[in-house]
Design a protein around this ligand. Sequence first.
Ligand code: PHB
Length: 389
Amino acid sequence: MPERTQVAIVGAGPAGLLLSHLLAEAGISSIVIDSRTREQIETTIRAGILEQGTVEVLHETGASDRVLTVGDRHDGIYLGFEGELHHIDFTSLIGRNVWLYPQHEVLIDLIAARLKGGQDLRFGVTAQRVEDAESARPKVIATDADGAELTIEADGVVGADGSRSVVRQAIVGSPGGYFREYPFAWFGILCEAPPSADELIYSNSPDGFALISQRSPTVQRMYFQCDPEADPDALSEAQIWDELQRRTPGTELNEGRIFQRDVLKFRSFVAYEMRKGRAVIVGDAAHTVPPTGAKGMNLAVADVVLLDRAIRALLENDERPLDAFSETAMRRVWKAQQFSWWMTSMLHTMPEASDFDRRRQVAELRTVTDSRAGMTYLAEAYTGWPLPR
Ligand code: PHB
């Protein structure tokens, strides 16, 4: 016998959990499934920057109080090039800012809030496929941790199941979207050290890009551009510090024990469609951005805010917001793709770059930092365009 719910949500990441939270506020039931364990979800290290609108949604809907108490407000970023730091002061430029609050902390808060709210949330349950997406009764076929099959029948199915989405198959097939690969990756570390600067540093250098991010007064997150095939265990701690110090000329980084390292591959992807009949995809299932603009989780939240409104309207017999969902969401997605691509191309060294290319790149950075208009464009995109209210 199939189980019944109003909305079947595949994926207990930021998008799936937040959607179940917003729907529950409107009295709409959902079942959320995820193939991972709760512990895996709560401990996987991901990005850390939340747009102002993301923070407002999390806080105002009671999904997270800790975002404001544990999270850290950042009023700008530094762009580093030619041995100097240039501060982009979001607060004085546009009166908006971002928060440093790691994604796994958001997930800890969301899982706690959903369980407290009585959410049907199932870990270790793997979606296999979606059936009847274009009927009034779409279904998710899944297997539980023991391999037993279950069917969830719903009024709508939402795929919030990440870049290897199963739900996407039912909407656009495979590959099902626009792709772009990059000839580099990020070597990421977590280390025990005090912060090296009061804001994040995005550094362009002749030796390649580095990002000096943060986590807490005693733990820092840093990245440097590397070969996509790099082996994270191949470098010694001294070699890693040498790479980072060379790429941040003019800044003395505080060093400390490195206790985590990983290589993050870069990709841009946008699905052709985010909806087919009563199945929808959101977040990484529908689009992937390179991490340079810190847009990934924020885009997922923007999708979900829009979808929640569309589902609420549908229950009042207004189908227009759902019909417009894919196109409306895509406008923001493509702006974020453009911003992430722009930050990436302006800050990284292309393998085949000539001296001309390098000088042009520095001029592009100066065009931003010498101009209030240039800095304002960056500030608006980085802090996030307004969400629908
Ligand atoms: C991070 O802290 O992990 C981080 C920050 C900013 C980015 C990407 C990642 O653009």
